[in-house]
Design a protein around this ligand. Sequence first.
Ligand SMILES: C[C@](O)(CO)[C@H](O)COP(=O)(O)OP(=O)(O)OC[C@H]1O[C@@H](n2ccc(N)nc2=O)[C@H](O)[C@@H]1O
Ligand SMILES: Nc1ncnc2c1ncn2[C@@H]1O[C@H](COP(=O)(O)OP(=O)(O)OP(=O)(O)O)[C@@H](O)[C@H]1O
Length: 256
Amino acid sequence: MQVSIKSYAKVNIFLKIAGKREDYHEIVSRFVRVKSLYDTISFIPKNETNEFNLIGDFGCKLEDNSIYKAFLQLRKYCPKIDAFFRVYSIKVEKNIPEFAGLGGGSSNAAAFLILANKHFNLYYKKDKLARIAAKIGADVPFFVYEYDSANVTGIGEVVHEFKEEPLDIEVVTPKDIKCHTGKIFTCFRDDFYNEISKEKSKELLSMSSKDILNKLTIEEANDLYLPAITQYPQLKEYAKTNWFFSGSGSSFFKVK
Ligand SMILES: C[C@](O)(CO)[C@H](O)COP(=O)(O)OP(=O)(O)OC[C@H]1O[C@@H](n2ccc(N)nc2=O)[C@H](O)[C@@H]1O
Ligand SMILES: Nc1ncnc2c1ncn2[C@@H]1O[C@H](COP(=O)(O)OP(=O)(O)OP(=O)(O)O)[C@@H](O)[C@H]1O
């Protein structure tokens, strides 16, 4: 029986804004998993609390943890998991930095859903898991599909695999800069708002990640880069030739 799973980080090869939806923004993006950077999530048969018990180095309260949110969502469909997680704990070996644009929290939630789906023999198809995932966070459906590379649109709920050669990605995360996604989107909305055209979206979604990175500058590839350096000017010290910016930051990446 499988009791542990790798929970990979992602980078956004490009990230453009296509519109607004209530407090959120619709995105057009290529997500690529970083195979060298992952957390490990395990179900372990020891829990002295008789409550849901999450062990790991997190910077947030249990109620805010994406894994706990995933548990609450899944429990609606499968109440028996409640009794199981009073006896078992969830242990997370955390390597993906937080507030880094690498989707760590979202990846952990998806990994929990995938592992639970196997462990409890639920046989939920990916589309059903992705619908549950969308209730937890914008980036969670991408991670549920386990694609190495995918085009992601809507608020993150539309995920299509993009078949391309595997990419070896190097990531640098500034240690002292924690980028708050909401703050950066607000800055984008107030001072940088611009929507990508349908033609440009189509073009980018059809290009390989390597071609996109050869063609675009860091500012062109990621609409959140200028708002991010406006909010966190220290980021500029990390901007180097041929490096790109992931999500709402703070991580930079390049393809090796
Ligand atoms: C920008 C990306 O990193 C791209 O991968 C993600 O879409 C961000 O996803 P995330 O960190 O899971 O973001 P959330 O925690 O859901 O949202 C934090 C805040 O960012 C803003 N937000 C987030 C995602 C989105 N598509 N539009 C937004 O405007 C919202 O104000 C939201 O309240
Ligand atoms: N399982 C988790 N692992 C890491 N952070 C989590 C988790 N659950 C909730 N969080 C919280 O989510 C917030 C953002 O962290 P996270 O690493 O998910 O996002 P991020 O680096 O901004 O990624 P992205 O913007 O690409 O989604 C922080 O407040 C963090 O404490």
